[in-house]
Design a protein. Structure first.
Length: 243
């Protein structure tokens, strides 16, 4: 999905929050970012990565991951209610899913060799930062909990509500999916560069994947075959050489 379409989908997801007060809180936080005076200017969601080297570690990755996590969480809520009879608060799930990685917009900055942690992130991780922000803004306790627990048992507190568990599972599922796609895409690019007579250095692979999303590379190989993905990578290689 193009970044412009992802942004529109994000706005549609926000509008699905029925509680007006909660919806306004989510909008303000996504627009304003962290309020701490020493927090750096946040990267735009359309440009920010969702990790330094792992899942969604490319421009727009944070927006992509946020939208995917919210949609996965809603789908899980539907299944849990229909199959297990677990009643859940969809407003809470949506709000937590949309805000869970908000702190990452201030966590990374561009370095000479990819992304690096900001000075702010070296002192306050993204989970702690967004949890503190929610607390400072008087957010509902159940929302603070769902965000604080989104790393599962690796969080300050494990998910202790159905909503928190769903957000954690959705976040984890999308992150794992993206990591597998990135791993596959990097392998595909390396192999095709060798076929094109190029040394597949990390720098060159990164440059190719700056122009082609990992998903695009992966799906082209799977659905259209080796020749198609070789042509795609060759075109990106020409762009790299022209710089």
């Amino acid at each position: 999905m193009a970044r412009e379409d992802l942004r529109k989908e994000l706005e549609r997801l926000i509008d699905r929050i029925e509680d007006a007060e909660l919806r306004d809180l989510v909008k303000k936080l996504l627009e304003e970012g962290l309020s701490h005076e020493e927090a750096p200017e946040p990267m735009d969601l359309e440009e920010a990565p969702a990790s330094r080297k792992g899942h969604h570690s490319y421009p727009g990755g944070l927006l992509e991951h946020t939208v995917a996590t919210a949609k996965l969480a809603l789908a899980m809520a539907e299944v849990f209610e229909e199959v297990y009879g677990v009643r859940v608060d969809r407003d809470l799930i949506l709000a937590a899913a949309l805000l869970h990685d908000l702190g990452k917009a201030t966590s990374y900055e561009e370095g000479e060799a990819g992304y690096k942690y900001s000075d702010f992130a070296r002192r306050l991780d993204h989970l702690t930062a967004v949890t503190a922000e929610l607390y400072a803004r008087g957010a509902p306790l159940e929302l603070i909990h769902a965000v604080a627990a989104h790393h599962g048992r690796g969080s300050p507190v494990p998910p202790n509500t159905p909503e928190a568990l769903i957000v954690h599972l959705a976040d984890n599922a999308d992150a794992q999916f993206a990591e597998e796609v990135i791993r596959a895409a990097r392998g595909i690019v390396r192999a095709r560069l060798q076929e094109l007579g190029e040394e597949p250095t990390d720098e060159l692979v990164d440059a190719i994947l700056d122009r082609l999303t990992p998903t695009e590379v992966f799906l082209t190989r799977v659905r259209e075959g080796r020749d198609a993905v070789r042509r795609l990578i060759a075109e990106a290689l020409e762009e790299v050489r022209e710089e």
